[in-house]
Write a protein that binds this ligand. Structure first.
Ligand code: UD1
Ligand code: CA
Length: 463
């Protein structure tokens, strides 16, 4: 987009109807806060400046957005309405001419394509202002677009509308493009003569019309895009819309969703064809899953990389894991960050891994904890094996080399190394390295007391 675009995002309101300690725009949908959805869309225009108007819990918002470079924060205190909010951005836009795109922090579904069309339409019409509108079945709560002879005359808020105006189905999306030069002077002409006693930005339309300035409207194709979120119910409804869209994309690309309505996949997730996803699965963040995988019911995967032909059985949690092709996981496995599973590895039930790499075809089938461990290929880790990686102060590493066999119920007290092809006897506490090819046993020797049971029967008081 051509230069001299400035973006202002209104985000100072509390969002009373959310009944929340958090500012409304920090509530999340599809894995991201509302305000981040809006910022992501704004960034596609490469704007010269981006100003966020904050007020209610401004500290939280600033902290939340600290990773976004170059944002300007205008503070609106107290919050006296949308026109008053925009006025707070004036000092940040002093001396700039050009075009202002005004976005609302609580309208998260707006697409890059639509804002582009808005700005281009605005410039083509050489308008002073352009308002995004949509026709909806349930206009309740939105400002209505009042037209005379087809021309936009004014915008009237729900509470101030007459019964006849409330019938109007064309609504104000709360998204506008303005020419900067006349804007801030005109805003000073807005009064708070309305049901809420607030300074309404929507009154600018009437002011511009009286001054014979051109105010255009642009009707968005998909009314869902400009849905504002004011309550938890709307948050849930809009989240469903986002999920449905993602699910449809995935199915169109060859992914089977056994029950799309019960599948929760974030927008950035990638999944290959012929992968089957069962109900209750949640896939979040920057996760990538290959093709021909099967993810059974009630699995949650966060920020993980999964190869092809991977089977994940029921009730597993994977966070920040890397899984190669042909791996089998679960049920009830917990893969924590920096877990790295080699091709054809197998993780069984009740196994927890953390910062652990497991080589190709190695198996950890039952009831184990492996942390800070480097495990080679073709290793068999018996049931109930534990790496004792933490002494209360330091974390230490366990190394198990290729082809080693760890007998069941062993503890490997780190730092420790089990050499190539070595065996650890079941029930061992291994405190020293086991050389390659050796058998390490660290347990009390068994004693059998001959005839003990018979003697006990004969004179129980003596045993
Ligand atoms: C607003 C519009 C309405 C439109 C709707 C679209 C006005 C008067 N009304 O109504 O015509 O149909 O959006 O979603 O503009 N905000 C501030 N400071 C304030 C008040 C609000 O920063 O003093 C911010 C809020 O944080 C929010 C946005 O502006 O992000 C919209 O405010 P909200 O109170 O939700 O307005 P609506 O009643 O939805
Ligand atoms: Ca709103």
């Amino acid at each position: 987009m051509s230069a001299d675009i400035h973006v202002v995002i209104l985000a100072a309101g509390q969002g009373t109807r959310m009944k929340s300690q958090l500012p409304k725009v920090l509530h999340r949908l599809a894995g991201r806060s509302m305000i981040e959805h809006v910022l992501t869309t704004a960034a596609t225009l490469s704007p010269r400046t981006v100003t966020v108007v904050v007020g209610h819990r401004a500290d939280l918002l600033r902290r939340h957005l600290s990773a976004w470079p170059g944002l300007q924060f205008a503070v609106q205190e107290p919050q006296l309405g949308t026109a008053h909010a925009l006025q707070q951005a004036e000092p940040f836009l002093k001396g700039h001419s050009g075009t202002l795109l005004l976005l609302s922090g609580d309208v998260p579904l707006l697409t890059a394509q639509t804002v582009r069309r808005l700005v281009e339409g605005h410039r083509a019409a050489t308008a002073s202002a352009t308002v995004a509108t949509a026709v909806v079945d349930r206009p309740y709560g939105y400002g209505r677009i009042v037209r005379t002879k087809g021309q936009l005359a004014r915008i009237v808020e729900e509470r101030d509308a007459t019964p006849a105006e409330r019938q109007i189905k064309e609504i104000n999306g709360g998204i506008y493009v303005f020419d900067l030069p006349p804007l801030f002077d005109a805003l000073r002409g807005i009064a708070a003569h309305n049901a809420q006693g607030e300074f309404y930005l929507t009154d600018l339309v009437g002011i511009y019309r009286r001054k014979r300035k051109t105010v255009e409207t642009l009707m968005v194709d998909d009314a869902q895009e400009i849905r504002g979120i004011n309550s938890r119910t709307e948050l849930a409804e809009v989240s469903t819309v986002v999920r449905q869209k993602k699910n449809e994309e995935l199915m169109a690309a060859g992914v089977t969703l056994v029950d799309p309505a019960a599948t929760y996949i974030d927008p950035d997730v990638q999944i290959g064809p012929d992968t089957v996803i069962h109900p209750g699965v949640v896939i979040e963040g920057q996760t990538r899953i290959g093709s021909a995988c099967e993810i059974q019911a009630h699995v949650r995967i966060v920020d993980s990389q999964i190869g092809d032909r991977v089977a994940i059985n029921n009730f597993c949690l994977l966070v920040g894991a890397k899984v190669a092709n042909g791996v089998v996981i679960g049920p009830f496995a917990h893969l924590r960050p920096e877990t790295n599973l080699g091709e054809g590895a197998k993780i069984g039930n009740f196994v927890e891994l953390k910062k652990t790499s497991l080589g190709a075809r190695s198996k950890v089938n039952h009831l184990s904890y492996l942390g800070d461990a480097e495990i080679g290929e073709n290793v068999n880790v018996g049931a109930g094996t534990i790496t004792c990686n933490y002494d209360g102060q330091r974390k230490s590493r366990t190394v198990i080399e290729d082809g080693a066999f760890i007998g069941s119920d062993s503890q490997l007290i780190a730092p420790v190394r089990v050499g190539k092809g070595a065996y650890v006897g079941a029930g061992s506490s291994i405190t020293a390295d086991v050389p390659a090819g050796a058998l390490g046993i660290g347990r009390g020797r068994q004693v059998n007391v001959e005839g003990w049971a018979d003697r006990r029967k004969a004179s129980p008081e003596k045993t």
